[in-house]
Design a protein. Sequence first.
Length: 181
Amino acid sequence: MRGLLILSHHMEDGEALSTRALLIRAGLEVVTITFENTLDIVTAFGLKVKADHFAKDVNYDEFDFLIIPGGGYVARVVDKDTHIKELAKYFNSKDKMIAAICAGPRFLGQAGLLNGKSFTAYRGSEIDMPKGIYLPSYKAIRDHNIVTARGAGAVYEFAYEIVKYLLGEEKAQALLNSILF
């Protein structure tokens, strides 16, 4: 199975890069894309990483899931963003898995994808999901095809829920066992 992970300037390092590493460890292919005007991305903590592709150069139909990390960029772009919300809506229309962590679920909330669904997110982000069921005590939760997590401290639970949905409980547990969780 192949998935897309969106990289943006000022994304939370651990939410993007640790999630990517864990999913690859579990046997999933993760391709990074960006909507920025450069493939060279600078994370929230100054790490320089390079996206695999510009989003416009990728055929979304070739991918099974989408990952949206959080970080400081979300507050700066979410209200005027069209790219990430539209991509999430596209994946949702195909009933493909969408996973968002920390403030990343704000994109899903503004796109109307969390209406009537249980979710968790970074404290304060729930304002963009007034028709969803906010469960702040959960580290990670899945409702149908959407996985959400509340922050960088929940990366392992986030990856577990993604792997469990895509590959099954046995593979998800094997992932946790392999990292001595």
